[in-house]
Design a binder for this molecule. Structure first.
Ligand code: SPV
Ligand code: MG
Length: 556
């Protein structure tokens, strides 16, 4: 009887099974860490102490994390002597494993007790997809290796029991257990270090961490020479930081742990910024030196949540901005071939500054209404709509060209204004379906047509946030009724967007749309519906003249 050929997955119909097709092995947190530690090249694990720092390590390009006992304790304000309980450490690890797919080697200290605690800890780590643990041959509660001299070590046989218990408890074959030898740190010498490493290896440790607190790598390199390649060796060059990294590869070392440098960097940065803000009573000098709020949103994955909301939350939408940039402007030679919004301000077109501010404020969908010199209007991440009749029409007509996009939360802004990012937060928080950003300190200069009369004057007080409503906006207000100048920025809710769309339709029917400006549009709406005003005091500008352009170059 001849045996039938094994099924060919590409020609046989019928269900494909793993037995019929050799599936590529799945990479897991366990196998990824194992691969790093056992690879023939030198690997690097970078310290992280919470979810955010884990994400930052991933973004830097590392392929694995060291969850440091020292830094996880310190970021909780605790000492590195088991003041944080094993379950508190586990909670941090869970955040880290959720924040990044990178494999994590956990600093498990002594294993939090005897063999039984190690068993429990390893099982919990495996449940949480933590790739491996390092346990050190000290006694519970441990002290950091760089504190004091001659710390007592565990009995070798007892520690081998902890290693065996850990290995017997892992629920994934690729889980890595690293045994850390403290004999050199405790001053017991090379022979004792070697004797212990051999015992730990024989007990089942996958790798040995040989620790040293000398200022040079001499003793770990000597250890590596004697150890040969019996199993991977891990080192932590915190104290011998000046050793060139090539020395570790030459010595046959497998993995280097940069053990605490993210927390130390954070301490330096936080200390400096706290002092500066304390001394200055102001944020002005620090704003550009620190990560933006937008950067925080990005690191923690706000974009994913927005996408999920669009998918799962009925009616949810992210705000859109519509930028009116159809007019040429009067900047002489500078606007001969391009519109005012593309004039250079400190090496970048004005529009790019504006788009950057909108994006930093969380606005992803930005539509620019183009007209004059439209080929020149470009910026990353924008969509465009064209006002073909820009030469004979005004800004209300330009907005009308994008009326199909005025749905849901919308920001309307002139293409030639620059304002500080907090304006978007402030108009976002103001109550009202239509909120106009008005500078209460500017009453006569700027665009005269954008003067604003309100039902209450600007008090100029920081804490005055009672509602203010638009009465009228135009160029012909009596000076004593002017409360400020509209800066060309408005925020609409979905209901506000509908009011604007309807008003555009009405003005079109009345034959007013072609010539109208936005002040007329908002004034008409304000007759029947509240249009809210949020006052500001400076920190913005528009670019109408060469003088404005010079000011913009200082502002941006
Ligand atoms: C840690 O990062 O907590 C360590 C490494 O155990 S060391 O502080 O160098 O002992
Ligand atoms: Mg530690």
């Amino acid at each position: 009887m001849t045996q039938s050929a094994p099924p060919r997955p590409d020609i046989d119909s019928g269900p494909l099974t793993a037995a019929a097709v050799r599936l590529p092995a799945k990479v897991t947190a366990f196998s990824a860490l194992r691969k790093e530690i056992f690879s023939p090249h030198l690997s690097f694990l970078m310290e992280a102490h919470n979810g955010l720092s884990a994400k930052i390590v991933e973004e830097a390009g590392f392929r694995g994390l060291w969850a440091s006992g020292l830094t996880i304790s310190a970021q909780l304000g605790l000492r590195d002597c088991n003041e944080a309980s094993w379950s508190q450490v586990l909670a941090q690890l869970e955040f880290m494993a959720d924040a990044t797919p990178l494999p994590i080697l956990v600093d498990g200290d002594t294993g939090y007790g005897n063999f039984n605690n190690v068993r429990l800890f390893v099982r919990k780590l495996c449940e949480r997809r933590i790739g491996g643990v390092c346990i050190e041959d000290k006694l519970f509660p441990k002290a950091n290796s760089f504190v004091g001299e001659h710390q007592p070590l565990a009995n070798t046989e007892e520690f081998c029991g902890r290693i065996k218990a850990g290995k017997d408890s892992q629920t994934d074959d690729d889980f890595v257990l690293v045994a850390r030898v403290e004999a050199l740190v405790s001053g017991l010498g090379m022979d004792e270090a070697m004797r212990r490493a051999e015992a730990y290896h024989a007990a089942g440790a996958d790798a040995i961490l040989i620790h040293s607190k000398q200022a040079t790598a001499a003793e770990v390199i000597a250890f590596a020479g004697r150890w040969g390649q019996r199993c991977p060796l891990v080192v932590v060059p915190t104290m011998y930081y000046a050793t060139p990294t090539a020395a570790y590869s030459q010595a046959g070392i497998s993995t280097v742990i940069w053990a605490n440098h993210n927390l130390r960097a954070a301490i330096t940065a936080m200390r400096e910024i706290s002092r500066k803000i304390h001394d200055d009573h102001s944020l002005v000098e620090v704003e550009d030196r620190i990560a933006s709020v937008q950067d925080i949103f990005r690191l923690v994955g706000n974009a994913e949540l927005e996408a999920a909301e669009r998918r799962y939350l009925p009616g949810a939408s992210t705000p859109r901005a519509i930028v009116l940039a159809a007019s040429r402007g009067e900047l002489g030679e500078l606007t001969r071939e391009r519109p005012k919004c593309m004039v250079d301000v400190r090496g970048r077109p004005l529009l790019h500054h504006l788009v950057g501010t909108l994006q930093s404020g969380g606005i992803r969908r930005i539509t620019v209404v183009r007209g004059y010199g439209r080929e020149a209007v470009a910026a990353d991440g924008i969509e465009t709509v064209d006002n073909e009749r820009f030469a004979e029409t005004g800004e209300a007509f330009s907005l009308g060209c994008a009326r199909h996009l005025i749905t849901g939360a919308t920001v309307l802004v002139y293409g030639d204004v620059l304002f500080r990012g907090y304006f978007l937060d402030a108009i976002g928080r103001s109550a009202g379906d239509i909120v106009l950003a008005v500078d209460g300190s500017r009453k006569a200069n700027g665009r005269p047509r954008d003067l604003v009369a309100t039902d209450r004057p600007y008090a100029g007080e920081y804490l005055d946030d009672s509602p203010v409503r638009l009465v009228e906006m135009s160029s012909t207000l009596a000076p004593d009724s002017v409360a400020g100048e509209w800066i060309g920025l408005a925020r609409l809710t979905a209901a506000g967007a509908e009011l604007v769309r309807n008003e555009i339709g009405r003005m079109e029917e009345e034959g007013l749309l072609e010539r109208a400006d936005l002040p007329l549009l908002f004034t008409r709406i304000a007759r029947d519906h509240p249009v809210a005003v949020q006052f500001f005091d400076g920190h913005w500008l528009d670019v109408d003249t060469m003088g404005d352009l010079a000011a913009a170059r200082n502002f941006a």
